[in-house]
Write a protein that binds this ligand. Structure first.
Ligand SMILES: C[S@@+](CC[C@H](N)C(=O)[O-])C[C@H]1O[C@@H](n2cnc3c(N)ncnc32)[C@H](O)[C@@H]1O
Length: 503
């Protein structure tokens, strides 16, 4: 066993081409026990060749592995069955594995062959299971694999959801942004029922589509609550969770809003693959039309702990997010889009004729604010020319009518001169600045002190500075008055969203 591993380590270091041109023919010349002594080569071919980019080498490796399914040595067949699913496989590979299964009497080999069929199997495998040729293969996994090959991994956002199906939704957001989510709901199909940390629970007041729900910009994800498991530690929790996944409304929602076979991923922190498998198998027994697929699914079942137990929610994967239609690409330190939307909403109803984001990055705050209306001129500056190019591309893609965008690469301190932002010329300074985490800043304190200074200069009397402040720093001796401050979770650490008015 030890020497197997040592040999594998050596072979894994060789290039794919060499493995196939030299090691494989040498292996093929060996007989019986000599072949068994070199099975590590099969594993190495699986790892190395499947990761290379040369499709011809991949085809050659797959054909070789398929030929090994007829090998007289059980260990050789077993290793080949484990490696084969790493390559794009079709009916020929499926048939080779099924043939091996028909004659195999070794439990260990049968298990490995069944696992391979669960990954590459199709109709022929389902027929073999129905004919009683194997009891080891999970039909659920074969069907999930078949559905995956047919594509379609995103929920259908234009389908209207009948009122009785989705009568309540959870709109999740970063902690601290809940009131934005709640306020934005007026006029939407939702009515606030309860506000919790990071989640607004809403009653649905009429039929809606996911596209309509995504007209709201301040929430992060939407989900349908399925129920609560009071005692998640009890042995019965597995059955309870399976029953919720397979409940009539859950199945109906997945069927209605998925193109193709509905698949879900189970997000259950700390659960082993074995437990997830058990839950998925039970849910499948109750509702075979929905399949568990950890790799690509249009739905996630979230299990979220709460004081009452474990809340179970069904969350559609809305991808691409229609709210981000204008985003051509993102910078590394791009804003969390709903945060940008919340920053934009802070200044709703006040003068926003001329807006400036001193640290515009990819420009989300400027676009979000321009889309709310009342903006004539939007100015973005960033020290990184690549970010500026991206902000300009995003702003152009957003195509907000009657707003001119100006984007210039410079240090924000030079912007008043370089861009022509004269004293008292700006209505709103809006920004998610560098917070000293993802973007390194040599003197963060100095940067924020200067932001206060420059904002006080360029803002009109009555104008607003809206930004995220990672420091406990206030503008001293400047004509800026704090109007609003709240703590916001920026993805694992707290900052303050602050609003100052130029007095
Ligand atoms: C958090 S990111 C902004 C993200 C942006 N809101 C978005 O939507 O992508 C902060 C940006 O500040 C820029 N930056 C850092 N120091 C700067 C400075 N002195 N002057 C101007 N921009 C600066 C960085 O290049 C980075 O793009």
């Amino acid at each position: 066993m030890r020497s197997d591993h040592e040999l594998y380590r050596q072979l894994r270091a060789l290039p794919a081409g060499l493995l196939l041109a030299e090691e494989v023919p040498a292996f093929d010349r060996l007989l019986g026990r000599e072949r068994v002594a070199r099975v590590a080569l099969i594993r190495a071919v699986g790892t190395v060749v499947s990761a290379c980019r040369d499709e011809r080498l991949k085809d050659a490796a797959r054909d070789w592995l398929r030929s090994l399914m007829k090998d007289p040595e059980e260990k050789v067949r077993r290793y080949a069955a484990a490696a084969l699913p790493k390559f794009a496989s079709g009916a020929a590979e499926e048939s080779a594995i099924l043939d091996a299964l028909k004659v195999s009497g070794e439990e260990r080999e049968r298990r490995r062959l069944a696992e391979a069929l669960e990954k590459v199997g199709g109709e022929a495998t389902l027929r073999a299971v129905a004919a009683g040729e194997t009891s080891e293969v999970s039909v659920r996994k074969v069907k999930a694999g078949m559905a995956r090959k047919s594509g379609g991994v995103s929920a259908r956002i234009d389908v209207r959801i009948p009122f009785r199906l989705g009568s309540m939704v959870h709109l999740r957001c970063r902690r601290g942004l809940e009131s934005f989510v709640a306020e934005e709901m007026s006029g939407s199909p939702f009515k606030v029922r309860e506000v919790r940390a990071g989640c607004v629970i809403a009653d649905v007041t009429r039929e809606f589509s996911l596209a309509e729900a995504h007209a709201l910009r301040c929430f992060d994800t939407l989900s349908f609550p399925l129920g609560v498991i009071r005692n998640p530690g009890a042995p019965s929790a597995v059955d309870e969770l399976a029953a919720l996944i397979a409940s009539a409304s859950s199945v109906r929602l997945m069927e209605l809003l998925t193109a193709g076979a509905p698949r879900y991923r189970l997000s259950l922190d700390g659960a082993s693959a074995k437990v997830i498998d058990r839950i998925a198998e039970r849910a499948y027994a109750l509702a075979p039309s929905v399949l568990n697929d950890p790799k690509s699914a249009a739905w996630t079942i979230d299990v979220i702990s709460s004081p009452l137990g474990a809340g179970v929610e069904l969350r559609p994967r809305v991808s691409p997010d229609p709210r981000m239609h204008y985003r051509t690409a993102a910078v590394d330190a791009a804003s969390h889009p709903p945060l940008a939307a919340c920053l934009a909403r802070v200044s709703l109803g006040t003068d926003a004729e001329v807006i400036w984001d001193p640290f515009c990055g990819s420009g989300l705050e400027l676009v979000e604010r321009a889309m709310l209306g009342g903006v004539r001129r939007a100015v973005g500056t960033d020290i990184d020319p690549a970010a500026v190019a991206l902000a300009r591309a995003n702003f152009d893609a957003a195509a907000v009518r009657d707003v001119t965008g100006e984007f210039i690469a410079c240090d924000f301190r030079d912007a008043p001169l370089k861009v022509g932002l004269g004293r008292g010329s700006v209505s709103l300074v809006i920004s998610n600045p560098p917070l000293g985490r993802r973007v390194r800043v040599p003197n963060l304190h100095g940067l924020f002190a200067d932001l206060f200074k420059v904002s006080a200069e360029v803002l009109r009397p009555g104008g607003l500075l809206v930004f995220v402040n990672p420091l406990r720093l206030e503008p001293e001796g400047l004509p800026l008055r704090l109007e609003h401050r709240r703590t916001v979770d920026l993805g694992g650490y707290d900052c303050r969203l602050e609003v100052y008015r130029r007095v």
